[in-house]
Design a protein around this ligand. Structure first.
Ligand SMILES: [Zn+2]
Length: 362
């Protein structure tokens, strides 16, 4: 493989600027954030993206596992590189674990998060027959006027419950609503796009990155440019449980997982940066791809950070663990308080799209 066996050629400083449309990216992001898609229950969000891809003149196919696949032809017919760009549309969420005798629900979590991060959140129960009911997630000691241990109660899955907004007092009342064990529960994302440019919402991980990927498609379409190498965009649907991109189309030679950048402690990323991850819990990312991403960010003047993520795995790690013969890197918009009350800035999403644009034009 030509360029993979040695460091990349010197940087060409004339690559065109991509021109990512902020209103398009943030508009799509707000729509996505308002569409519940807990891991395993992503079909509504996938349908939204399929329609969006078609509006832009692309085709989004679904593979057997349900991932969305969008192919964009590269301009260089002699290139042997096929670059995958992945983002995951599945989010944290929960499932009904059991129905309590007082008509509330016990939950089991989908994905890894602190029990206190879902406390007091509004939620939707999605029954398997297609009905929806609203409720609120709380502890089983939800009032300080009644429960002397309410303040000190350790927040963990076993003490959390859903209070359903229906007249239910027994488990049978709940079953009459057609709510059963195994039904999906999504959290109210409460997306807000503020005049300061901040976007605060649950599930910016990883809908902010999916919006960045579609911003790239939008830019190619409206500014009429083409990537140099063939691109395969992959929208995955099981990342939060670890196996999102475990299988990828076999012509892919390299993959950039686009997923939220970590912020906090000794990490240097800000909410306006695109974060380039050198290493996470799955080990180091590809040396040459990571170098290239850093060099391009510097060359294009894109605000960025290079960081180590101490507790993290990505769809690129899932792909490598799945046995795919690829090199892989990880970048994404900086997201504060990830898997809790998240916030990023529109600049981080645009900077992510810009860095991807630079990478696929070289
Ligand atoms: Zn993620």
């Amino acid at each position: 493989m030509t360029s993979f066996d040695q460091p990349y050629a010197p940087i060409n400083t004339t690559a065109l600027q991509a021109g990512i449309n902020k209103d398009y990216v943030t508009g799509l992001l707000m729509k996505l954030l308002s569409t519940p898609s807990p891991t395993g229950y992503t079909h509504h969000a996938m349908n939204l993206l399929k329609e969006e891809a078609e509006k832009l003149g692309y085709t989004m196919e679904r593979n057997a596992k349900g991932c969305g696949i969008i192919r964009v032809k590269g301009s260089d017919d002699t290139s042997d590189r096929v670059i995958a760009l992945s983002g995951h549309v599945d989010t944290l969420g929960a499932m009904v674990r059991s129905i309590n005798s007082n008509g509330t629900l016990k939950l089991t979590s989908l994905g890894g998060f602190m029990a206190n991060s879902m406390e007091n959140e509004y939620c939707i129960i999605h029954t398997r027959s297609g009905r929806t009911y609203t409720g609120t997630i709380m502890t089983n000691q939800p009032s300080v006027h009644v429960f002397s241990g309410a303040r000190d109660l350790k927040r963990e899955e076993g003490v959390m419950m859903v209070r359903i907004d229906e007249l239910v007092h027994t488990a049978d009342d709940v079953k009459k609503l057609d709510i059963h064990v195994g039904d999906y529960v999504s959290f109210d994302a409460r997306p807000v796009h503020l005049p300061s440019g901040f976007i605060k919402s649950r599930h910016l991980d990883d809908k902010a990155s999916v919006a960045a990927l579609f911003g790239l498609l939008h830019s190619m379409k409206h500014n009429q440019w083409q990537p140099k190498h063939d691109i395969v965009m992959i929208v995955t649907n099981y990342e939060e449980v670890g196996h999102g991109a475990s299988y990828i189309p076999q012509d892919i030679t390299e993959m950039i997982a686009v997923d939220m950048g970590c912020i906090g402690d000794d990490l240097t990323c800000k909410e306006t940066d695109v974060s380039i991850c050198a290493k996470d819990s799955s080990g180091p990312y590809d040396y040459f791809m990571t170098n290239r991403l850093i060099d391009l960010a510097v060359r294009e003047g894109i605000p960025h950070a290079v960081d180590i993520y101490p507790h993290y795995g990505s769809d690129a790690s899932a792909s490598l663990r799945g046995g795919n013969n690829i090199r892989a890197a990880l970048i994404g918009p900086g997201v504060h308080a990830s898997h809790a009350m998240e916030r990023t800035h529109e600049q981080a999403v645009l900077n992510t799209a810009k860095l991807l644009a630079a990478y696929i034009q070289e």
